[in-house]
Design a protein around this ligand. Structure first.
Ligand code: URA
Length: 206
């Protein structure tokens, strides 16, 4: 399942972040701003509990978030989405997944994983700006589920049909929230038209 966030504010920012002339400072700011909108949508379905609050004038029925939230950026580019989600939910915990591609097997291999115990029973948000082939996303989801997570959402800025199909096939229970579903992958497995290498553009590396 996926949800395309087609809001004009998101699409406006997406137009600027895609632009080859946008430098790393503005790119980082936009990644944070877009992530905030995407996460706002994705948080719509998290569990809440009914409570009563005493105001200066009376009793109000109210709702509070009733789940532990864990954000899991996929290194390195996922780190560029961390601030956006933490601005919305500052009490969220943070786990990390680091993956590299084994050139012999072409499979993603884990070089780093660290999760808070709240992934079990809580709601996990896997963040990665680009879901291209979907290989890293599926590997991160496999890892989280092996460690006990069973309520996971993926947030990306741009994806493509191949990536969505791969994630959906391996993890049909996981919703993918995105600002764009682009045309295709090129021979280097970059999303076309995409926005280039999100990690390099975020961190100003060549
Ligand atoms: N990763 C990126 O940073 N960009 C792409 O287009 C695909 C994967």
């Amino acid at each position: 399942m996926h949800k395309l966030i087609d809001h004009p504010c998101v699409q406006h920012k997406l137009a600027i972040i895609r632009d080859v002339e946008t430098g790393h400072k503005r790119f980082r700011e936009l990644a944070t701003e877009i992530t905030k909108f995407l996460c706002y949508e994705a948080l719509q379905n998290i569990p809440t509990k009914d409570i009563t609050v005493t105001t200066p004038v009376g009793e109000a029925k109210a709702r509070k978030i009733a789940t532990d939230l864990v954000v899991v950026p996929i290194l390195r580019a996922g780190v560029g989405m961390l601030d956006g989600i933490l601005e919305l939910v500052p009490t969220a915990r943070v786990g990390f997944v680091g993956l590299f591609r084994d050139e012999a097997t072409k499979q993603p291999m884990t070089y780093y994983e660290r999760f808070p115990p709240q992934i079990k029973g809580g709601t996990c948000f896997v963040v990665d700006p680009m879901v291209a082939t979907g290989g890293s996303t599926v590997a991160a989801l496999d890892l989280l589920k092996t460690n006990g997570a069973d309520n996971i959402v993926v947030i990306c800025i741009v994806t493509c049909p191949e990536g969505l199909a791969r994630v959906n096939e391996a993890h049909p229970d996981v919703a993918v929230y995105t600002a764009a579903i682009d045309e295709r992958l090129d021979e280097r497995k970059y999303i076309v038209p995409g926005l280039g290498d999100a990690g390099d553009r975020l961190f100003g590396t060549p």
